[in-house]
Design a binder for this molecule. Structure first.
Ligand code: PRX
Length: 660
């Protein structure tokens, strides 16, 4: 592993921006200088330049009670007004906000004026349903414009949304509804995926069911968008059609200002325990950094660019770079409902040609999958409109980076690799395409106003050429403000490792990623250092999948690891001990099939293990901790490493013999 990394770090290809690009770039090197001179003044300037404040703020950062930061705290604003009304007032109502394309090929074009009107109606409809400032609304929708409308309608009235990815199961949805005590669920009958309608309303029905095994939830209403036209069950009084309630609502709605620290949303993400964390983001600081990064990292020219972020709104990338960043900046964007290979493997490239997409933001997993299917598909289409390419979600290997630049970007389009997390809210580390000489595989430098570092276990800076733990060394505007309902876990997870005694305001944020600084001091993110996996850019917890496995009656014990996978980055591999009776009753293949379905039901299809090994032992230390490192060796087909700390040193032999 480290040999591989060392050779990567000797990467000496550099791609400086072309003179043309730099001449028209909106970023200039003085951004870095201004930020370095006075970080807080820099962010205050950005907040004032990029957003409309109902009441201007006078204080930029309150860090007196770390790690609970308050940014722009005495200012007030309305997030939806910033994303909508002000663009219409500025005369840009006719600009397209969203070019939407459904998977079956149906389309909608929505201008800023139309989107504003739709959000006003939805805001009135939510208020009529009793949703008030501070109430939580769960959103479980496919990639249709109503997802953005629903989020912005919540923001407009000061309600807090919790978007749950449509691929999560009813069980996962229920636990998120319960944790946030949501009053309303906004969903659809179904959505299109891989040429078929997948049901969503059914999962909501199961998630809010009140029966012998499930207590009543706090949900009062379920608002349903008609999309899939599939049959749905209906509970009178509880269930309402979006087209009845929203279409009939008034299009007059005044956007009231809220405090900058008003909660905007909760987004659940996997941690190192079985229970997902509800990451809390607030308004003014979050929107500032989303708008800033969207503008400068992608060199946005809102009058001419067509931006396309391929992420689903169910993930943070969809929050920050489908909804809040692009709309705050008055950008025109493409939103696509379906999968990249439906109905043909060139669908994405066809869409880029059709809509003249200029900026594409996607994940390395997608790029690697396209590499596998072959360059002949992108080469059938005219991709010459593209001028910036972005990558996010997992490390991008130099080979994929070069393919992206050459095959998709015609050998001339800058590629920016952006590092950030659900917790950071917006991009933290990335090249700026008009300024930075890009370097394949490296995420490079913190954006202006952000400071990160790499520390060793004792908190010392490792310096160039070395690896360690990635930290953020100063608070940033879009930082998470907490874990919903669990301030202790917030402190323990992120802020305690490098807590400088006697100087609590020097606490550093622990990202949970391993990273190295190369000889130029540029950053290479290597992946998680905790029990979190990254499968196709989606975060999954080993513990969460282990809990799902042991909840099945045939399972006695389970251990899950993320094994390196050529396409998806990592893949879920499970090692399971069956209960004695089951071990006789079922073949290993049968047990594997049953358990794969079970995990998909418990968490969602994204968590379904690629491989489940039925074993009779698991490697444990004397204190009973499972040594996942050794299981990873097995899953990746390597020689098993040092086993001397095992309670029973023969165990790995038993496992490997059995799997031969
Ligand atoms: O391990 C890092 C990886 O994705 C994690 C964050 O996942 P999530 O909160 O789901 O947000 C994904 C989208 C921002 C990080 O801890 N990661 C994200 N971007 C990169 C990355 N790893 C390497 N390079 C990146 N550019």
């Amino acid at each position: 592993m480290s040999e591989k990394i060392d050779s990567l770090l000797q990467e000496d290809r550099r791609f400086p921006p072309s003179a043309d690009f730099t001449a028209n770039s909106i970023a200039s090197p003085d951004l870095y200088e201004r930020a370095a001179e006075d970080r807080l003044a820099f962010w205050a300037d950005q907040a004032r330049e990029l957003l409309h404040w109902h009441t201007p703020f006078t204080q930029t950062l309150d860090w007196n009670n770390p790690p609970f930061a308050r940014w722009f705290a005495d200012g007030t604003l309305n997030v939806a007004y910033n994303c909508l009304d002000r663009h219409v007032i500025a005369g840009n109502g006719d600009r397209v906000a969203i070019h939407w394309e459904g998977e079956p090929g149906d389309t909608r074009t929505i201008t800023y004026a139309q989107l504003t009107e739709e959000v006003k109606k939805a805001a009135n409809a939510l208020e009529a349903l009793g949703i008030r400032h501070g109430d939580r609304v769960a959103i479980y929708l496919p990639m249709i414009p109503e997802a953005a409308v629903a989020m912005l309608a919540c923001a407009r009235i000061g309600a807090v949304h919790s978007v749950v990815f449509g691929g999560f199961s009813a069980e996962s949805l229920r636990s998120r509804i319960e944790d946030a005590q949501a009053k309303l669920v906004i969903t659809a009958d179904g959505g299109w995926r891989k040429g078929k309608v997948f049901p969503l309303k059914d999962a909501v029905d199961a998630a809010v069911a009140n029966d012998a095994s499930h207590p009543a939830t706090t949900v009062e209403h379920v608002l349903v968008v008609k999309r899939g036209d599939n049959d749905v069950e209906w509970v009178d009084g509880r269930d309402l059609w979006w087209h009845d309630v929203v279409a009939g609502a008034s299009e007059n709605h005044e956007a009231k200002p809220f405090e900058a620290e008003n909660p905007l949303y909760i987004l659940y993400t996997s941690g190192t325990t079985g229970k997902p964390k509800g990451i809390l983001h607030t308004s003014g600081g979050y929107l500032t950094q989303c708008a800033f990064t969207h503008k400068y990292v992608f060199d946005l020219h809102p009058e001419t660019d067509v931006f396309w972020c391929t992420a689903d709104v169910g993930w943070v990338t969809g929050h920050s770079y489908v909804v809040y960043g692009p709309l705050a900046n008055g950008a025109t964007q493409l939103m696509y409902e379906g999968t990249p290979d439906t109905p043909h493997p060139g669908r994405w490239w066809e869409l880029i040609e059709k809509y003249g997409v200029t900026i594409l933001y996607t994940a390395p997993t997608a790029i690697r999958a396209f590499m596998k299917t072959g360059r002949e598909y992108p080469q059938k289409f005219d991709l010459s409109s593209l001028r910036v390419l972005g990558s996010v979600g997992e490390p991008i290997n130099p080979e994929a980076w070069i393919w992206y630049r050459d095959i998709i970007g015609g050998g001339k389009t800058p590629v920016v690799d952006t590092w950030w997390q659900t917790e950071t809210g917006a991009i933290m580390v990335s090249a700026l395409p008009g300024i930075t000489s890009t370097k394949p595989g490296s995420t490079q430098v913190p954006i202006p106003g952000i400071s990160v570092d790499v520390l060793d276990e004792t908190g010392k800076r490792v310096g160039n050429g070395n690896g360690g733990l990635l930290v953020s060394t100063a608070p940033w505007p879009s930082m998470l403000r907490g874990i919903w309902g669990d301030p202790e876990r917030f402190i323990e997870t992120y802020w305690e490792k490098f807590d400088f005694e006697g100087s609590p305001n020097r606490r550093m944020y622990l990202a949970g990623d391993g990273a190295r600084l190369d000889a130029d001091g540029e950053l290479w993110v290597l992946g998680r250092v905790d029990d979190v996996m990254n499968v196709s850019g989606h975060r999954l917890s080993t513990m969460e999948i282990e809990s799902a496995l042991v909840s099945h009656p045939i399972v006695a014990e389970a251990a899950v690891v993320g094994a390196t996978d050529d396409t998806t980055g990592q893949a879920v591999v499970a090692f399971v001990i069956l209960r004695a009776k089951q071990a006789e009753a079922q073949t290993a293949e049968e047990a594997e099939a049953i358990l794969k379905v079970h995990v998909a039901e418990q968490i969602g299809a994204i968590a379904r293990p690629k491989k489940i090994y039925i074993v009779t032992e698991l490697p444990k230390t004397r204190s009973g901790k499972i040594m996942r490192r050794l299981l990873r060796d097995v899953a990746e087909g390597r020689e098993v490493g040092d086993t001397t700390t095992l309670a029973d040193t023969q165990v790995m032999q038993v496992i490997t013999d059995k799997l031969k």
